[in-house]
Design a protein around this ligand. Structure first.
Ligand code: SF4
Ligand code: FES
Length: 338
């Protein structure tokens, strides 16, 4: 999830010709192709949202961002509807407030208020709170809930954990994995109440194709995907989290690491492991897939032998010293406690 002071405009920028429209009586000019949501945010009339974020393409699944457009029937989603010249949009009305409240209550029935470990950083709880929701009319023992509710937490990844119970199936993590990192490690499997986030073939994150870049953690609007360092420290300030995922360890903010797929992530991984290589077991967990190891030109053969799939070391101290020797001169990286 984003830092609190980050003004998320909801959808990425467009670069078309200028279009002028009216939002809640304010006139604004934006490039053609801009979503109503982004135009409204630029006019300081932010529309509530859950599945949208300006680092990812629009998706249109949560139905929280509905607006009214003069002369059009219904309530279109502002994240998927583009601006048009002369359009008159209303982002606030009694009907919209009632619908948004109903939708948010449905989400809160699955994700009760206060259930996130760091509630102040949960976009759903913040939004529900802003709409005066403290509990859901739809919550109760007889209410059908997602089948993933109460599944065990997946804490296999050293940097973050996935708690399915807090997931609202917004797909932001899946899209971040595809669009930001280009890894395609995550999918939504199943439909309706059976839909759930799945890493590779329904595997624990560490055994999946996940490269621990942190893009999914950054994109998640709830505490479903959360850095272990944040959980340990219960960070609730406006600060961005300390480096916890690989993307951050490399000196970038999670979710914005440069992408050229798994090989690039693997190379960065080798630069990052220097300070943490303490046990051979850890090394085997962080090993490269054979194909990526072969292609990584920057890896010295020795380093690859020490840390790759063929790693047989039973002497953590010696391995650690060898790694330190081989990576001498590489920038010292700060590693958050796991
Ligand atoms: S893990 Fe987070 S980002 Fe992914 S679907 Fe669930 S709530 Fe959305
Ligand atoms: S933010 Fe528009 S449908 Fe989710």
């Amino acid at each position: 999830m984003h830092a609190k002071d980050y003004h998320d405009l909801g959808t990425p920028a467009a670069d078309g010709a200028s279009v002028t429209l009216e939002i809640d009586g304010a006139t604004i000019t934006v490039p053609a192709g801009t979503s109503i949501m982004r135009a409204a945010a630029l006019a300081d009339r932010d529309v509530p949202k859950l599945c949208a974020t300006d680092t990812l393409k629009h998706f249109g699944s949560c139905r929280v961002c509905l607006v009214e457009i003069e002369g059009r029937k219904g309530f279109p989603a502002s994240c998927t509807t583009e601006v048009a010249a002369g359009m008159k949009v209303r982002t606030q009305s009694d009907a919209l407030a009632k619908m948004r409240r109903g939708v948010l209550e449905l989400y809160v029935s699955e994700h009760p208020m206060g259930s996130c470990p760091v509630s102040s950083r949960c976009e759903l709880e913040t939004l529900a709170g802003a709409h005066g929701i403290t509990q859901s009319r739809f919550a109760g023992p007889k209410t059908a809930r997602h089948v993933h509710t109460h599944e065990p937490v997946d804490a296999s990844n050293p940097y973050f954990r996935f708690d399915n119970d807090l997931c609202i199936v917004c797909s932001r993590c899946v899209r971040a994995c595809e669009e930001t990192q280009g890894t395609f490690a995550l999918t939504i499997e199943g439909r309706g109440l059976e839909s759930r986030v799945s890493a590779s073939q329904h595997q624990p994150f560490l055994e999946s194709e996940c490269v621990s870049c942190g893009a999914c953690v950054e994109a998640c609007p709830t505490g479903a995907l959360m850095e272990k360092s944040v959980l340990a420290a219960r960070i609730s300030s406006d600060e961005r989290t300390q480096g916890a995922c690989l993307g951050q360890i490399f000196g970038n903010m999670a979710g914005v690491i440069s992408v050229s797929g798994r090989n690039a992530a693997a190379e960065r991984l080798f630069r990052a492991i220097q300070p943490v290589m303490q046990t051979a077991k850890t090394m085997r967990k962080l090993q490269l897939p054979p194909k990526a190891a072969r292609k990584s030109e920057a890896l010295s053969p020795k380093l690859r032998r020490l840390s790759g799939p063929g790693c047989r070391s039973t002497s953590p101290a010696r391995t650690s010293r060898s790694i330190a020797r081989l990576t001498a001169g590489a920038p010292r990286l700060t590693f958050a406690a796991i």
